[in-house]
Design a protein around this ligand. Structure first.
Ligand code: GCO
Ligand code: MG
Length: 406
């Protein structure tokens, strides 16, 4: 069976979702996710202008070979744009393979290791009261793992806030909009506030509720090590991206000074970028993003490597990748023995009308329906109601006007 056609489709019911559709010569259709927040059209061009002609006629069964061919055969390797395009192709090919077998994807990946997958959701509040309210709302929904974020008021300037990233499609909040919209940042004020807010949450939330925080790579090694040491007593499930992901040696500093579990990974694009963290035990949860990492094929390899070294998975599951990507990750989560947790979101009605997900949340866990393939039904007519909108990632600057990690 051969690849007859590869198409792309963008739908923007909030975030821009880039969907890859592969049609085989005997009419089987596979879908994949190639979302890349802020650079959607660049990924689309890689698929439409380079890969779709090239891959036409290849045997759909040979997923690994196609993966290697696109990854190594382009000579100029790597980066989220190419790995994003490859992710979309790879997911669509796995969707086709499992549909041909008339089995859910997890079955082809080794079968279920568990019946359901625990998840964490985001909670954000500009003030302590709003944050606690949002936590209670999520706890009522059955979510017991909460990733908290908050805004820190500038101690020197009233009404200036140092904001942390939080997109929330459930509440209709999308951050990625205007390139000229530059925020302000001060790491010292944030670090103090993080320690205060964490203490406050631990005091106010029941002890059985797990909390976790995403630093988003905004601290230096020594700043992060100090914060990690202070936070140790509040029993975080993990501290995410405590330093810039390329500053790998700084993780050693954190590890040498605290026993806080560390999670990192959403900004890596290949297994070659992050395997040393696993092998050297500098990470406890590896959390790459399937759509920026080349798809299911490398995700499974990474999970297997992590298994050998006792590292758990906590794959990146924000709202800026579509339910197709979330479904694909869930199939992997179902099978790997070393699942830690899955980051997840409640997609809103507009998004769910486009993507009938094939998975559902029940009492804080994701379950999956036994549909063939990835199990997602894409309503293309509905998708067309939401045309592409140009969006940019936010920019942050410190008090001297220099760019800071967002
Ligand atoms: C996370 C991520 C997101 C990113 C977003 C970028 O851990 O979920 O850090 O919040 O900011 O995916 O578009
Ligand atoms: Mg993150």
């Amino acid at each position: 069976m051969q690849i007859k056609k590869i198409e792309t489709l963008i739908t923007s019911p909030g975030p821009n979702y880039l969907v890859v559709k592969i049609i085989t010569n005997d009419g089987i259709i596979g879908y994949g996710d190639a979302c890349l927040d802020g650079r959607t059209l660049a990924v689309k061009s890689v698929i439409d202008d380079y890969l779709s002609d090239w891959l036409q006629g290849y045997d759909v069964d040979r997923i690994e070979d196609i993966w290697q061919m696109v990854y190594r055969g382009t000579y100029w390797r790597g980066g989220p744009v190419i790995l994003g395009a490859l992710a979309g192709i790879d997911m669509a090919l796995w969707d086709i393979k499992a549909k041909r077998a008339n089995l859910p994807l997890y079955s082809l990946l080794g079968g279920k290791s568990r019946d359901k997958v625990r998840v964490y959701h985001h909670v954000h509040g500009q003030t302590d009261e709003k944050l606690i309210d949002r936590c209670h709302k999520k706890i009522e929904e059955g979510i017991t793992y909460l990733r908290y974020s908050f805004d820190t008021e500038d101690p020197f300037k009233k009404d200036v806030f140092f904001k942390q990233p939080h997109q929330d499609v459930e509440l209709g909040r999308i951050e990625v909009t205007d390139a000229k919209n530059e925020g302000q940042w001060d790491s010292a004020a944030y670090a103090e506030d993080l320690i205060r807010v964490t203490r406050m949450l631990r005091e106010k939330l029941p002890p059985e509720i797990s909390i976790l925080h995403d630093v988003h790579g905004r601290l230096s090694g020594v700043e992060a090590a100090r914060v990690a040491k202070e936070l140790e007593k509040y029993n975080l499930f993990f501290l995410e991206d405590p330093v810039d992901h390329m500053n790998k040696k700084a993780l050693k500093h954190i590890k040498n000074n605290s026993i806080i579990p560390v999670a990192i990974g959403e900004l890596y694009n290949t297994i070659y970028d992050c395997s040393e963290l696993i092998v050297n035990q500098l990470v406890d949860y590896i959390r790459v993003d399937i759509s920026h990492f080349g798809g299911i094929t490398p995700l499974v390899k990474l999970a297997r490597l992590a298994e050998v070294y006792g590292v758990k998975t906590a794959f990146h599951g924000p709202s800026d990748i579509s339910p197709l990507a979330h479904a694909a990750m869930l199939h992997v989560d179902m099978t790997v023995p070393n699942l830690g947790i899955q980051e997840s979101v409640n997609f809103n009605k507009q998004i769910m009308d486009i993507f009938d997900t094939g998975y559902y949340l029940e009492e804080g866990y994701l379950k999956i329906k036994d549909r063939p393939g990835l199990g997602v039904i894409v309503n293309e007519d509905e998708a067309k109601n939401y045309p592409y909108q140009r969006k940019y990632m936010p920019i942050l600057r410190d008090k001297m006007g220099a760019l800071h990690n967002w």
